[in-house]
Design a protein around this ligand. Sequence first.
Ligand SMILES: *Cc1c(COP(=O)(O)O)cnc(C)c1O
Length: 344
Amino acid sequence: MDVSKLVRENIANLAPYSTARDEYKGEIGVYLDANENPYDNGINRYPDPHQFKLKERIAAVKGLKTENLFLGNGSDEAIDLIFRIFCCPAVDEVIAITPSYGMYKVAANTNDIKLTEVKLKEDYSLDLEAIISAITPSTKAVFLCSPNNPSGNLLSKEDIIKLIELYKVLVVVDEAYIDFADDEGFVPLLEKYPNVIVLQTLSKAWGMAGLRVGMAIASTYIIGLMNKVKYPYNINCLAQEKAFEMLSAENVEKSRKELAEIIAERKRVMAELENIASVVKIYPSDANFILVKMKNANETYNSLIENKIIVRNRSSVVLCDSSLRISIGTPEENDKLIKELRDE
Ligand SMILES: *Cc1c(COP(=O)(O)O)cnc(C)c1O
């Protein structure tokens, strides 16, 4: 499959902005090329537009090559870039599953791209046939989310591969929660499939939501396009430095322990929820949250709020009637949740 045929012509022909730091690459010197304030305060210089140091570290932690890695201001930047690179406004289309992450639709709408939503089945599994029959000659990409938000489940890898192997569209697999799943996701398959873009993030398992660092992992060709279209200085220097530090061997070890604790707590919270009168159904979770169907979600939501426990009410979402999405907290926070639900 020739992915370059899916790229907008203006993007294929785009000459990217060349920064002062692109034109001179030495390390130490008298920098009089970027109109910066010369007095050192730690942030007076522009950040590395290529995030070289941070990418090397992420690549080492994840076992990737830096040329397959794009870093954005959250995964949301990567989602937006996919539209801007591949989808001609008011002409092209994409498909997304529903219920799922809300940003695909917002990014589609802001880019004036028609987004066709294909419902998951009742058990939140992929309806592959419905997705395939929704593909038109104008469809550029299918957005999937696995483990899916808000349902929490991994989607069938077999089905996703079938979709990829049609070689008609880009398949975007949002793996924001993959670290919580007992599955290696689609990164190991990227070499085989040029039409796949995997999205991951430092916001969830890695504990850096406040920094805003998201990732796209794909072929060098697609990553090259994303780098060409992004704002030159899309990750500020404090975020680059802090993320680098948070991914030191010692901090990676700490994150892995937290991850194990969150997964253990997920199991415990699910077991506790089984015994709560207002709970109707607990959906299986491969993520750091649990979708729970309640007798009356609005009532439970409000009573939790009164006790300053905030969960996400998903009742108004397709296939999520009377359901709450509950993030796994610390053991103490989870105890508080369980206690309030018991007392409700
Ligand atoms: C939280 C989340 C993200 C992460 O977004 P960032 O912009 O990287 O914080 C991406 N996709 C899904 C489905 C999410 O739930």
